[in-house]
Design a protein around this ligand. Structure first.
Ligand code: SF4
Length: 77
């Protein structure tokens, strides 16, 4: 199962096996300026209540293996 949490404006999806990688989880927790990711022993938790704080900086996408993290914009313009 992939780690996916949705909110009103932004959805973030982390594909397996990246979502269950504790090392990547720590990296994501470190890079995100608005603390959307929380590292646990079993991988990355996405804090749903913080998703709309995402500033679309792309640091999480860069920190993860290619294609592992996807940010979905749920609005136009
Ligand atoms: S794009 Fe930036 S602000 Fe948004 S979740 Fe990724 S690291 Fe956090």
């Amino acid at each position: 199962m992939s780690a996916e949490q949705e909110s009103i404006f932004i959805g973030i999806e982390i594909e397996e096996p990246a979502a269950s990688d504790p090392e990547l989880a720590r990296k994501l927790e470190e890079v995100c300026p608005v603390s959307i990711f929380e590292a646990t022993d079993s991988g990355t938790e996405i804090i749903a209540s913080r998703l709309d704080e995402c500033v679309l900086c792309g640091l999480c996408v860069e920190a993860a293996p290619a294609g592992a993290v996807t940010i979905v914009k749920k609005y136009e313009g």
